[in-house]
Design a protein around this ligand. Structure first.
Ligand SMILES: [Zn+2]
Length: 78
C-alpha cells in the first residue's frame, strides 16, 4: 500500500516582482502601503503596521506575501 499525498500549498514568494509606490494605500487605514498580500480572491495592501497585525491571520490563506516594510528604515528623510 503506497499512499502518496502531494502538498499543493506551497507559498511562493516573488521577490522584487512588485514595487509598491506612494500611491498604494493600506486597505485598513489609508497610510502608504508597504505590504502586498496576494490571495485567491484578490490582493490586499497594508501599511507596515497592519501588515504585521494581519500576517498571522492571513498567512494561511495568502498565496504570496510581499513585504517592502524594510524601505521604512532605508529611506527616511526626517
Ligand atoms: Zn494601515
Amino acid at each position: 500500500m503506497s499512499n502518496t499525498v502531494t502538498e499543493a500549498s506551497s507559498v511562493e514568494s516573488l521577490e522584487s516582482a512588485f514595487e509598491l509606490t506612494a500611491l498604494d494605500r493600506c486597505d485598513s487605514c489609508g497610510a502608504q502601503a508597504y505590504i502586498r498580500v496576494e490571495m485567491a480572491s484578490g490582493e490586499l495592501l497594508f501599511c507596515a503596521h497592519h501588515g504585521k497585525k494581519y500576517q498571522e491571520k492571513l498567512s494561511g490563506v495568502a498565496r504570496s506575501w510581499h513585504d517592502e516594510s524594510a524601505k521604512l528604515n532605508a529611506d527616511r528623510n526626517s
